[in-house]
Design a protein around this ligand. Structure first.
Ligand code: 1CP
Length: 376
């Protein structure tokens, strides 16, 4: 990767002052080790470390009072495009719960906008102003340049990294091609994404063209995030699991794999989260990610058996469990932690994004339970 040298240099300077967990000073100063020593990074590489890392998908969202305060003053896209504000909301979960990673505040649909598909964020969720309707629409998409078209995301990473000051790693992310294609074709939030599924059968070559165009943009976008300082990246395929088993192999896996492989040698661990991917874990484990996010539908011990030592696992408490009684929530967390006792390759997380309306005190309890189980 072209920019690797420069990135490594600036990282080594920043690494000097970083607080490391379970790593000796030499490791902490070795630029080739990137964010080594942080629990999340160690777990993703399946290296021994103290404690169990914990963070939550969508941890910087509507259930947090600070986020709601900021959102009452600016609309969603303005928030994404104002690095000061985006950094502030990204860091709220670190300040509030002491999680082990900060995921930058942004949205998976930002690169679609950069490709020439304006997005409007409504109460119901994101809507495209002009959903794709023809091959010509797909051909007209722009090959977005990360710096020129999404420089504000890179700025958010730099700002979050500056403010996190090495306390925890910074997670960059992108949506996977099939999930982004779902929004681009459907136009508005859907539970079925019938338009996307239909295109896969009606005009598979068009679907492949669209996925290729998106994959090229997403790969460049993630490389730029790493160059800007992301310590970990996660690829979200929220709707990949909607496809039939054979279509999943044709339209989901190869594109996730291509993007992840393009990040080979970038020096940061990669997490692949495919919602509904439980039945395909064996193949997902071959996609090139250090970590696999598992959703709440799969029994975690079965996931561990299937993936074995090929990748770390991240997940998978049901997000709705946070609405239950605190004692029940703690018991569920302990049961999940027991499954992975002694396993260096485990990251505690939910099986999907945290839900709006989640009681903040339940998230406190959850982090506390993880810490009690595995003190750092
Ligand atoms: O911690 C964080 O909140 C980090 C930022 C983040 C991330 C990682 C946001 C902010 N969105 C995402 C990813 C994302 N966005 C996904 C993948 C994860 C998942 O499967 O949940 C998806 C599918 C989206 C698309 C999207 N954006 C939706 C879902 C719509 C649907 O089809 O169900 C919604 C509601 C949004 C808007 C959005 N993005 C993020 C927030 C906090 C919000 C709510 C906006 C608001 O009203 O303030």
């Amino acid at each position: 990767m072209g920019g690797t040298k420069r990135v490594t240099k600036s990282r080594s300077a920043e690494n000097m002052g970083r607080t490391k967990v379970g790593a000796n000073r030499e490791d902490a100063r070795d630029p080739s080790r990137g964010a080594a020593g942080h629990k999340l990074v160690e777990a993703l590489y399946r290296r021994p470390h103290d404690g169990v890392p914990v963070w939550f998908m969508r941890q910087a969202g509507r259930y947090l009072p600070g986020y709601r305060r900021v959102r009452s003053q600016v609309d969603f896209l303005t928030l994404c495009k104002t690095p000061e504000l985006a950094a502030e909301v990204s860091l709220e979960p670190l300040a509030t719960f002491g999680v082990d990673a900060v995921i930058i505040f942004s949205d998976i649909l930002i690169p679609l906008e950069a490709m020439g598909m304006p997005v409007v964020f409504t109460e119901r969720g994101p809507c495209m102003e002009r959903p794709l309707e023809s091959r010509a629409d797909i051909e007209r998409l722009r090959d977005a340049d990360p710096e020129r078209d999404t420089g504000f995301v890179l700025e958010v990473i730099r700002e979050v990294r500056r403010r996190a000051a090495g306390r925890v790693p910074v997670i960059g992310f992108a949506g996977a091609p099939f999930t982004l294609a779902c929004y681009a074709l459907e136009g508005s939030p859907s539970r079925t994404f019938a338009a996307a599924l239909a295109l896969a059968y009606r005009a598979p070559a068009e679907m492949h063209l669209l996925l290729e165009r998106i994959a090229a943009v997403v790969a460049r976008y993630l490389k730029a995030q790493v160059a800007a300082g992301a310590d970990v990246i996660q690829l979200f395929d929220s709707w990949g699991g909607l496809l039939a088993h054979d279509a999943f192999r044709e339209f989901v896996l190869p594109y996730c794999s291509r993007i992840l492989r393009e990040l080979d040698g970038s020096g940061v661990p990669r997490i692949l989260f495919i919602k509904g991917g439980g039945l395909h874990l064996d193949e997902i484990a071959g996609c090139g990610a250090e970590g696999i996010g598992i959703d709440y539908t799969i029994d975690p011990s079965r996931a561990r058996e299937t993936v074995a030592a090929r990748a770390a696992l991240q997940g998978n408490l049901a997000p709705e469990a946070l609405f239950g009684a605190e004692a029940d929530l703690r018991a569920r967390a302990r049961a999940l932690l027991e499954v992975f006792r002694g396993d260096p390759g485990y990251v505690f997380n939910l099986g999907h994004g945290i839900l709006p309306g989640t009681p903040v005190e339940r998230e406190h309890a959850l982090v506390d339970e993880v810490r009690r189980f595995a003190p750092a």
